[in-house]
Design a protein around this ligand. Sequence first.
Ligand code: KIV
Length: 266
Amino acid sequence: MSLTIRDILAMKSDGNKIAAVTAYDYPSARLADAAGIDLILVGDSLGTVVQGRNTTLPVTMDQMVYHTQMVARGVGRALLMTDMPFMSYQQGTGAAMENAGRLIAEGGAAAVKLEGGSDAALERVAALVTAGIPVMGHIGLTPQSVHAMGGYRVQGKGQGEAERILTEARALESVGAFSLLLEGIPEKLAKEVTELLSIPTVGIGAGIHCDGQILVWHDLLGLGEGKYPKFVKPYAHLGRTIRRALKSYADEVKDNTFPGPEHTYH
Ligand code: KIV
């Protein structure tokens, strides 16, 4: 039986931290689920870590549905949530309803996440919640607004920005968001938001005081290339391990030692 929204809410009141990670396909979903991850997000980070793009902006609804279907087949216990990609809800409440409905009905997600705390975003969240679709809000550094923010930079450092983020958090809770993702904000502000709300906060680059943490699959497992941002802790270095394995395979093919007799039908 999968965790429900009620279980995730109860984790905050019971003081149990929420462990979340992104996943984009069946084998990763199975591994995350078996490891006891509470919440699996089919993130639109798909665009950067899987598709190799510079931003999340080109990710489409069809791609999110497709990847959600794959992940859904691998999830047993975790709550499955999918990101609403760029321009799937910004255009209006009708579009938001139709697209969130696809992620739930076609994809198999139990909840959706959307970015921002503007009046328009609040209207979309309220409509989805009224339609019975659980929504996680996402504030602070919102990657779909990369151009408006002038890059991927920590948000909420000044007093004015911090107050805006607190106001957005309160407003998202009041229109029915079941949880908030806090990305790229100072620890002190994330603590204030977390203490202010009765719904749980899940942080990425937002410090230790959030009710839970989320990391992107490729970052957590060390599958990325080059340097990781400060907030990432790679718990393994699978990129290195995979490269080594592939090199051994290629060497053995070239020097004629694979396949050996034990891998051959006689
Ligand atoms: O798309 C994504 O991976 C996200 C992260 C911030 C968790 O939203």
